[in-house]
Design a protein around this ligand. Structure first.
Ligand code: NAP
Length: 222
């Protein structure tokens, strides 16, 4: 277990907004050196610059986690920047809604490629770096949707989030001998940029289905 995150090397995918940005900021506030990634290069650099302006050790690198060449290049650049990697947070994910009846093969492939294959590609490419770390840590952002519950419009998303947990269980066993742990968090509904892209009726319906009648939010603490 880490006694301190000071100067640990942390990579958070899908971190130009939402939950990933929250994870990255929290690690950086604890003193870690953090690389944030997303596809949109301008946005990731702007977000990284904002965090550096707050005195945090953050670099932005554009990547598509669904593309193996991008992921390999990301790991090479990260190794040059940090010399290694202690914590990998596989958080990048997309959730375009579609009823099963009208779901296209292309949408199925896109969601599985980002959420499930992206997890595999990032963990596999990070292995040489994580093995060199004293305590390599992998944390996947799964979801309650798929592993725990279902929701109309998300057969592809639910399948991808359940796939992450299947990946996690076997990867954790395979990597235990290297001192690397693999875990997942399963968030409920959190107000993020991605969540706010969905229609207001859906957002209200989700909030109404929660006993406390309110959605999760990001909070930062020093
Ligand atoms: P968000 O606000 O839409 O942020 C998603 C982030 O991922 C963005 O930085 C996006 O930037 C990046 N991204 C998307 N596709 C990518 C790709 N192929 N390669 C690299 N980066 C990519 O989403 P969020 O709500 O924070 O969700 C983050 C994670 O939490 C997802 O895995 C999601 O499934 C999970 N989750 C969310 C909720 C919720 O209620 N919000 C609940 C449960 C689980 P670019 O578009 O520039 O690439």
């Amino acid at each position: 277990m880490f006694s301190s995150l000071r100067d640990k090397s942390v990579l958070v995918t899908g971190s130009s907004s939402g939950i990933g940005l929250g994870i990255a900021r929290q690690f950086a506030i604890q003193g870690a050196r953090v690389v944030i990634t997303a596809r949109n290069a301008d946005k990731i650099e702007t977000v990284a610059a904002d965090m550096r302006a707050d005195g945090l050790q953050v670099q932005g690198l554009a990547t598509d986690v669904a593309e193996s060449t991008c992921v390999s290049s990301l790991m090479r650049t990260l190794e040059k920047l940090h010399g290694g990697l202690d914590v990998l947070c596989c958080n990048a994910g997309i959730f375009p809604s579609s009823a099963l009846e009208s779901l296209t093969e292309a949408d199925w492939d896109r969601v599985l490629a980002t959420n499930a294959k992206g997890t595999f590609l990032c963990v596999q490419a990070a292995l040489p770096l994580l093995r060199r770390a004293e305590y390599g840590r992998v944390i996947l952002t799964s979801s309650i949707t798929g592993p725990v519950t279902g929701s109309p419009g998300w057969v592809h998303y639910g399948a991808s989030k359940a796939a992450q947990l299947g990946f996690m269980r076997t990867a954790a066993i395979e990597l235990a001998k290297d001192g690397i742990t693999v875990n997942a968090v399963l968030p409920g509904n959190i107000i993020t940029e991605g969540f706010l892209d969905m229609d207001a009726e859906y957002q209200a319906g989700v909030a109404a289905s929660i006993p406390a009648k309110r959605l999760g939010t990001r909070r930062f603490s020093r």
